[in-house]
Design a protein. Structure first.
Length: 157
């Protein structure tokens, strides 16, 4: 009798493992950048990164988010998120809010390198490139999504 139980258990376990395929999270894009705070010492810009979880189960977590923010090939800042800060629901589209701050005086400290950024400021349109990795996980499965997207911020809005 125990031989049949072992066979049944191994068959059940194998079928369960094979049917439980974890699909990768899909990156859908970035919403428009918004200037949320402007001051003499700091400018804060924010957006939402949009994703889709195609899995029939929730519990996936954001393991890490590490993005560089650039304009005219000059690094303005870094966006990072701590491990496990966001839990992702099943079969859903979801957004991760991100923001970064930079000091206008840092931009002005190196005029030669930021001529393109200053020209963009005078035109009131700044191209912002977001480049890096977002990593999601579920149990022993990890999914790394590369992000490299450029959007323009319209300062007139």
């Amino acid at each position: 009798m125990s031989h049949y139980f072992k066979y049944f258990f191994l068959t059940f376990l194998s079928m369960t493992m094979l049917s439980c395929k974890v699909k990768a999270i899909n990156y859908l894009g970035m919403e428009e950048w918004r200037v949320s705070q402007v001051g003499v010492s700091q400018v804060t810009i924010e957006t939402n990164l949009k994703f889709n979880n195609p899995n029939n189960f929730g519990g996936l977590r954001l393991n890490s988010l590490d993005l560089d923010v650039l304009s005219q090939n000059q690094k303005l800042g870094v966006i990072q998120a701590a491990n496990g800060t966001i839990t992702i629901p099943a079969n859903s589209e979801f957004s991760i809010p991100v923001a970064f701050s930079f000091s206008p005086s840092d931009l002005l400290s190196n005029i030669e390198k930021i001529g393109g950024i200053l020209q963009s400021l005078f035109n009131q349109r700044i191209p912002i490139q977001t480049k890096g990795n977002v990593n999601f996980g579920y149990a022993a499965f990890n999914f790394n999504k590369k992000i490299d997207e450029t959007r323009t911020i319209d300062l007139k809005k």
